[in-house]
Design a protein around this ligand. Structure first.
Ligand code: GLP
Length: 260
């Protein structure tokens, strides 16, 4: 079972996870962070940026993004390459050579998945993978139906996801139809998964991912297959959990030596 931690706010979640990452980086400077996009991980990035401003050195840290849109013009501000640069690489002072995002350009798209898998395994994998969850239950862009064994490949976005993400574009028509995303099998190889979710709109997806049956129809349920998962929620996102009292009890009796 995953460890479920309910905190007061998204900002508190950001600080909790960032403090853990800072401790990890202190003992392993060449730490590898798996980064998600979307609004959810922003409080973690903001808290990490504050640690960087206070002198924490992230210069040896590598970042691997979960996914990328296919076919956006190079440098498009909503490409995940640009988003990761803006929210993670620049504020943390990462070396650009250590920042990896799947290649969504149309030329060579057939091999983009395999190239990313090769880069990940050549590097030695991800130490901590940050995850959000989409309203459809997707992790990365693994929409319902994604195999639990899937690797990085081109996927087709659901209409619901395109509508959800249209807020970042001038119109729905501009939202790409295809993406390159790490597979659920790729994500499950990261050594530690940290899933964050905030707000009532995520409560159903969180409950299904954490407590529902394992099913490809709810890609988030794949986290139940991982040995080390931490789920960090605000009270609204936790509101659909059946065993919430037990999770709180476990937190209240958590041994001091246990990190997240
Ligand atoms: C996007 C990303 C996911 C993210 C999800 C939720 O589609 N590909 O990695 O988890 O949306 O986004 P948000 O955090 O903005 O709710």
């Amino acid at each position: 079972m995953a460890e479920v931690i309910v905190v007061d706010s998204a900002a508190a979640a950001g600080e909790l996870v960032a403090s853990h990452i800072v401790r990890e980086v202190a003992s392993l400077p060449a730490y590898t962070l798996g980064v998600a996009t979307g609004s959810t991980p922003l409080p973690v990035y903001e808290a990490l940026a504050a640690h960087a401003r206070a002198g924490v050195d992230f210069s040896q840290v590598s970042a691997f993004a979960l996914d990328e849109y296919v076919g956006l013009p190079a440098g498009h501000p909503e490409s995940y390459r640009a988003v990761v640069d803006r929210h993670v690489a620049q504020p943390l002072g990462l070396d650009p050579r250590n920042v990896h995002v799947p290649d969504g350009s149309l030329a060579g798209i057939e091999t983009a998945g395999q190239r990313y898998e090769d880069a990940l395994s050549g590097h030695g994998g991800v130490d901590l993978q940050l995850l959000g969850i989409g309203a459809t239950g997707h992790l990365g862009f693994n929409e319902p139906g994604s195999s639990f064994g899937s690797l990085t490949r081109v996927k087709t976005l659901t209409e619901r996801t395109r509508i959800d993400n249209a807020r970042f574009f001038a119109s729905l028509d501009e939202v790409p139809i295809h993406c390159v995303t790490q597979g659920l099998g790729t994500i499950l190889r990261a050594r530690h998964l940290v899933l964050l979710a905030f707000g009532e709109g995520k409560a159903d997806a969180v409950a299904a991912a954490v407590e529902g049956p394992l099913t490809a129809s709810m890609p988030g349920s794949a986290i139940q297959l991982h040995a080390h998962v931490t789920v960090v929620l605000d009270p609204a996102a936790a509101s659909g959990l059946e065993h919430r009292e037990y999770y709180q009890w476990a937190q209240d009796h958590k041994p001091d030596w246990q990190g997240i």
